[in-house]
Each structure stands twice: as C-alpha cells, then as structure tokens.
Design a protein around this ligand. Sequence first.
Ligand code: AMP
Ligand code: MN
Ligand code: MN
Ligand code: MN
Length: 286
Amino acid sequence: MTWRSAIVHCGAMKFDLHCHTTASDGTLTPQELVDRAHSRDLELLSITDHDSVEAYRHITVPTGLRLVPGVEFSCQWRKYSIHIVGLGIDLDAAALDEAITHQTLARNHRAELIAERLQKYGVQDALDGALREAAGATLGRPHFARHLVNTGFVANESIAFKKFLGAGKPCDIKVGWPSPDTVIDWIRAAGGVAVLAHPGRYGMTRTRLVSFLEEFRQWGGEAIEVVSGRQLPAETRQFAELCRRFGLQASAGSDFHSPAQTWLDLGEFSTLPDIPLVWSRWLEPQ
Ligand code: AMP
Ligand code: MN
Ligand code: MN
Ligand code: MN
C-alpha cells in the first residue's frame, strides 16, 4: 500500500506547526507564506525555519491568523541527524540568539567541507554557488542541491541528494551539530516547547526510536510530530501510541517548503488521533 492510497484527507486543517520560508530552504518569502496560510483559512501557524527566526522580522500577520513563534534545530544523536522543533519561543530570548549563532557557525563550517568534497567530484566554486542560492538564508544542503542543478551537474535536486547530499552520501558531512539535550535546553531557556520533528524520517527502527524517546523525555522534550506531511496511517497510529506511552503531546505540521511540492500544502495532513495536542495551549482566547 502506498501513502497515496492510504492517506486520509480531511481537507485543509486550520493549523500548521512546521513550515519553511526563504529565511532557510523554503521558496516563499515570509510574507508570501503567511498570506498563503491566511488564504487557506489557517488559524494557527508556526514558521519553523532551520536554525533561524529571521522570518518573524519580515511579516505583517493578517487578521484572523495567529502565529506561534518557532524554529527547527538540527542536532546529532548517535549516527542520526535529528531535527527538534521549538514552539512558542520568545524571539528576544538571549538563549535563542546564542543557539542561532552556534548553528550558523556550524552550518558555515559544514558548507566549506561540503564544497571541498564536491570539488573532488569536479564541482568548482560550490561554496560561492550555494551562498548565491541562499541569498542570506540559513545555508543548507538544499542550496548546494540547487547550485548543482543550475550548473547542469545533476538533472534535479532529488538526484543531488541521492548521489551526493543525502544521508550517508559523500557530502552528508556531520560536523558541529549539538546533542539533543543542548537543543532542548536552548528551546526551554527561550520559553518554548521541544517537539521531535518528523519521527518517521530518520530511518530508525522502532526499538531505536523508543530509546531516543526515553532520553528525549528525560531531557525535557514534550511533544512529537504525530503527523508530518505525507504519512501512512499506520505511522500516525504508531507515533500516537508512543505519545501515550511517554506522556508526550502531539504536534502536526506539513513541513511545507514550496508550492512546487504539489502533493502537499500548508495545513494539509491526514487525520489526527485523539491525544493531547500541543497547540491547545496557544488556543486560549487572547
Ligand atoms: P540541512 O538543513 O542543510 O541539513 O538540509 C536538510 C534539508 O534538506 C531538509 O530540511 C530538506 O528540506 C532537504 N532535503 C533532505 N533530503 C532531501 C531529499 N532527498 N530531496 C530534497 N530535499 C531534501
Ligand atoms: Mn528543509
Ligand atoms: Mn526537518
Ligand atoms: Mn522542516
């Protein structure tokens, strides 16, 4: 059974707690993203750019849409690159500034190493190319992928990841990422809630995921993305069961990056299970 035949659409939902803008690797500007969310009748949105909250400085929030300040941090646990979303953070917190400075340095250093590695494969000036693609955004592998496509080195971004940049490939360089407890500390120090992003995308066995969640809970993690973008109902059930087992709340987000992802839009997920929802805390009348 494929996810396409199994997914249960319940129309456009009114929430989305995970999406990206041009401040990281998304293709819509922050204002285009909030306008799109508004036009899709979303009531609650969190922009969760990779290691950046810059988007929040460039938006006018339309009436009727409430924003939960968020961020998606990269970290490393054993051999896995894990993403932890911080929701409800204080954008002016000193801890957030420190976190973003740390992550930016790690990303810039990693980018130099990625460019060196790509040079061995015959790609010249990859760092300059990626920096041009990023245009001031958080520098990431997608910007290298776009450079490889634009210079004709590969046919599309998917191939760039498959051959060079994806997990376990030659340019997947893991350096400088903090451990999850450090990231959770940053999020909590900024007054936010730590949410494990897209648990189905790490290639972990169930046993490994359980080990991670045991530690995640102890470190102060509070929620899991029970639904992330396109996903099989069986996965949703499994993550919901893990929420119950570990006393975690459920979050949900599309992980929207671009309107070109035609299979998925803002606020579009499969049905949510009946478990405590992390966003209920932001739905009190203001
Ligand atoms: P980075 O933040 O630099 O580690 O890059 C990770 C980002 O690359 C993810 O957030 C995705 O947006 C993107 N990505 C990861 N794997 C793929 C893939 N196979 N194809 C296209 N984009 C990908
Ligand atoms: Mn991304
Ligand atoms: Mn992610
Ligand atoms: Mn994401």
